[in-house]
Every structure is written in C-alpha cells, then in structure tokens.
Design a protein. Structure first.
Length: 94
C-alpha cells in the first residue's frame, strides 16, 4: 500500500497517481490536490491541511493506545477476580 508523497496518507494502489520524474524518482499521490500542490512547489510541512491531518492522526493513535491500556487493565482485574473465586471454592470444598 503506497503512501502519498505529499501528505503521507496511505491509499489503495489502484487509486491515486504515480508520477515519475526525469531522474527516475517515483512519487505517489493520493489525489490531484496533492499532485498540484507538489507541482506548485509547496512544502507539505507548511500547508495547513496537512498539519491538521497529521495532528488528527496523532490524536487518534494516542486515543487508541489509551483504550488498549484500559482494556488490558480490565482483563487483569477479571483474571484476579477469577483467581479469588477459585481459591474461595477450593477453601469451601475442604
């Protein structure tokens, strides 16, 4: 799955544009918007919509990490409760 050379967004291969420079460098663009911005000489680090997209992606990744950590804690608590139940049942049998 190629990444756009301008906005770094991954996209499906049959879509997008593949741009080959005279020196043999291959550039992949997810849309004509990215291709036109590249041709105009704009830098992706200075374009506002790319910055916003990158910031939103970072927030999403952080949110997913928090959720996965919360799930791990819940599963650990469940395991501890099950162990306590097993110990109580064994104590009652004796």
């Amino acid at each position: 799955m190629p990444k756009c050379s301008f906005c770094q967004k991954p996209y499906e291969f049959p879509r997008g544009l593949t741009y080959v420079l005279n020196d043999g460098t291959i550039l992949h663009f997810c849309s004509s918007k990215c291709r036109k911005n590249f041709e105009m000489g704009r830098k992706n680090k200075k374009v506002k919509w790319v910055k916003k997209m990158k910031h939103a992606k970072e927030e999403l990744i952080a949110e997913i990490k928090e959720e996965s950590q919360a799930k791990e804690i819940k599963t650990e608590k469940k395991a501890v409760k099950e162990e306590k139940k097993d110990k109580k049942e064994e104590a009652e049998k004796k």
